[in-house]
Design a protein around this ligand. Structure first.
Ligand code: IVH
Length: 683
């Protein structure tokens, strides 16, 4: 190599490498949001663009640990992982007809045929799962996980009505892994969001994330209420081998066994027919009950698939052609700011109304200050907005040629748009937060959060009531709830004597809620339900939490510096102190005695799995008892499980517990264990 060339390579490396590192970090951040938290900040299209850019740069310098070289990871500690018998691969994808043609030509050349048989299927935008049926019986359901092993979500999958536990018909294989997607129908998604809205809780962004999040709920009862759906389209491991000659015959067999399969697929020979089938699919896809974001083009014959094989990440015999997301051009006439419950300020673009995917859009999220700066979005700009499955569209880019003269970069305000109090940027986060505890929209959301099912569970205290009460200046904070009277409620819309009395009674009843619900209800930033439970379990009173120093909090499993910082600034705030004082005066229960005579919690460190219907306790009650006694809940049985709490009509967990020799308790034995734990040490 000449010296000049070597220099050139060095220069490229220095230029490109920091950009590669930056992209890798950015993609990892978005992977985490998508796979682990089911709450992405950017559209799939934007994500694909980042990945494409990274791939292009990596064609110059390759990085073995890059996200372009592996599939995402959804595994979660609360679940037990099991290996897939055949890895669950990803798919190469493209948005370009040219690249699709190149894929076709590669295969045509390999098999020396211009008329290869392809199957064109919809690409379903759900959460990938793999179901194992042994002798026609459903024995396990796993998420994709890291592709090699996935989380056991069998019990949650069994809440899906249309999924048969047992195959019908004949030709049933000894063992088969069937792959598919779990999704929520548009109707169920809207129903769930309407419910969220009624309770003043944040809306879910799109059906995919809600379906993925639901699969990872620990309580199958909650999963049942969400009403998941499933569609199965793929073949994993199968014994006997070579049971199917083609992908199409696999679909037929799956349908005959009674599995919910694709509503539509097409066979095509050669590129032209493939392209026609993709266009036909694009035209029809809005009628399907699931979201689709593309078409998957697969070689139909299994022998040909085997001949080509796979890379570590994706099969060589298939490709996804992703449909362009729908876009529209419009103008931003203002940028407004929304204040959330914890004071987080979200900028929103107010748009000249425009038609997009069948609805009129007049607002788009701008996420945070960094996103505005990155895209240099200004008031008066013409922008391209995009709706990629999300209910609130996002601003994709600015049309710079149309920027009017005299605009200036958007200045994020220094004070809260609602109460004009100070705002501060939270360390390590992109968001700004208003630090005034009395800020009105925050106040309203805090009250709604306090009353929500996951906190004090005050029935019928929803958005409509809280809005009216705060507009009339009857309530300003959560403590005011406890001085409400029937007379305060009667003048409100839709209130009569009986409904007013019921609400007051519900508020009264909440005074004796469990301590963790109160702690969660206070709305301390970063303290969710699980953290509140951990705190209540270790500290036993609100006062102990207020008094706890850093060391004491740090000693609690799962509590780290961010939470400690949040807790200490919350209780140091004078307004919060006044509210807590009033809650105490109102007679709320703020203490929970540990089991009498037991300083050590009786189920400390024990892991429970619950299955079946218990005679007296609801699952939620059983869970609360276990957690209050220091135990933990897991959703599936493993060697680490200490007890299976088992009611009537248990699921597959019962057999699994028997196989592993896990102690099985009925409700009576469980209650007994709570009172008289097994001695830890026998003299
Ligand atoms: S085939 C080895 N077919 O999209 C074959 N996947 O982005 C890989 N997906 O991992 C899967 N619809 O979770 C296939 N008709 C379809 C699909 C489909 C949705 C998902 C699947 C896959 C991901 C790739």
């Amino acid at each position: 190599m000449t010296e000049k060339k070597a220099d050139q390579r060095q220069l490229n490396y220095l230029d490109i490498n920091p950009e590669i590192q930056r992209l890798i970090q950015e993609i990892q951040h978005h992977d985490d949001l998508y796979y682990k938290k089911a709450a992405p900040e950017i559209s799939d299209r934007e994500y694909d663009r980042l990945k494409k850019k990274l791939e292009q740069l990596e064609s110059v310098i390759s990085q073995s640990d890059s996200p372009t070289q592996r599939v995402g990871d959804d595994r979660d500690e609360a679940f037990t992982s099991y290996p897939h018998r055949l890895p669950m691969l990803s798919l190469d994808n493209t948005y370009s007809q040219e690249e699709l043609k190149a894929f076709h030509n590669r295969l045509a050349k390999h098999f020396e045929s211009e008329k290869l048989e392809f199957i064109i299927e919809p690409k379903i935008d759900g959460a990938a799962v793999s179901l194992t049926y042994e002798h026609g019986k459903l024995t396990r359901a796993l998420t994709r996980g890291n592709g090699e092993e996935g989380d056991d979500i069998t019990e949650n999958i069994q809440t899906i009505q249309e999924l048969p536990r047992t195959f019908q018909g004949s030709n049933i294989p000894k063992l088969i892994e069937v792959r598919g997607e779990v999704y929520l129908t548009h109707k169920d998604f809207e129903r769930i969001n309407a419910e969220q809205e009624r309770h003043g809780l944040p809306l879910y962004a799109n059906p995919r994330n809600l379906a993925a999040g639901t699969l990872k709920r620990l309580d199958p009862q909650e999963v049942q209420e969400r009403k998941l759906s499933i569609v199965l389209y793929g073949l994993g491991f199968c014994e006997p081998k070579n049971a199917f000659s083609s992908q199409a015959t696999f679909h037929e067999a799956a349908r005959a066994w009674g599995l919910p399969t694709l509503e539509h697929f097409a066979l095509a020979h050669g590129f032209q027919e493939v392209w026609q089938a993709i266009e036909a699919m694009d035209a029809r896809r809005h009628q399907f009950s699931y979201e689709t974001d593309g078409a998957v083009i697969k070689l139909n014959q299994i022998t040909q698939q085997k001949d080509l094989g796979s890379t570590a990440k994706a099969p060589r015999w298939a490709i996804a052609f992703k449909f362009e997301t729908e876009k529209a051009e419009t103008r931003i006439h203002a940028i407004t700011l929304q204040v959330g419950r914890t004071g987080v300020i979200t900028p929103v673009a107010e748009l000249d109304p425009v038609q997009l995917s069948g609805t009129t859009v007049s607002r788009a999220t701008l996420h945070n200050e960094d996103q505005i700066k990155l895209k240099d979005i200004r008031i008066g700009d013409t922008v391209i907005i995009e709706k990629a499955g999300e209910i609130i569209p996002a601003v994709l880019e600015v049309v710079l040629q149309k920027r009017p003269k005299g605009t200036s970069p958007y200045e994020f305000p220094k004070t809260c748009p609602s109460c004009h109090g100070p705002i501060e940027r939270i360390e390590g986060e992109a968001a700004f937060r208003c630090s005034n505890a009395n800020c009105p929209p925050q106040m309203r959301r805090r009250i709604l959060h306090f009353a929500s099912r996951q906190a004090m569970d005050i029935e019928n205290l929803g958005v409509a009531v809280v809005d009216q009460l705060s507009e009339r200046a009857i309530i300003h904070n959560i403590a005011d709830l406890y001085s409400l009277t029937v007379e305060d409620l009667l003048p409100l819309e839709k209130f009569a004597q009986k409904s007013a009395e019921n609400l007051i009674a519900a508020i009264e009843k909440s005074k004796s809620q469990a301590l963790w619900r109160l702690i969660h209800g206070l709305g301390i930033p970063n303290v969710g339900a699980q953290t509140a439970k951990d705190l209540a379990r270790h500290l036993h009173s609100l006062q102990a939490l207020i008094d706890a120093n850093k060391e004491a909090l740090n000693a609690i499993d799962g509590i780290g510096p961010t939470i400690i910082q949040s807790i200490s600034s919350f209780f140091a705030n004078h307004e919060n102190q006044k509210i807590i004082e009033r809650l105490l005066k109102a007679g709320l229960k703020t203490e929970e005695n540990p089991q009498p005579g037991n300083t050590q919690q009786v189920l400390q460190g024990k892991t429970f799995v619950i299955t079946g219907t218990l005679p007296n306790l609801s699952r939620e009650e059983a869970k609360e008892k276990i957690e209050a006694a220091g135990g933990k809940i897991s959703s599936s049985i493993s060697k680490k499980t200490d007890y299976l709490l088992c009611g009537a009509s248990p699921g597959s967990k019962y057999t699994k517990a028997e196989t592993l020799g896990t102690p099985i308790l009925d409700e009576t034995a469980f209650i007994k264990l709570l009172k008289e734990p097994e001695p830890a040490y026998m003299p």
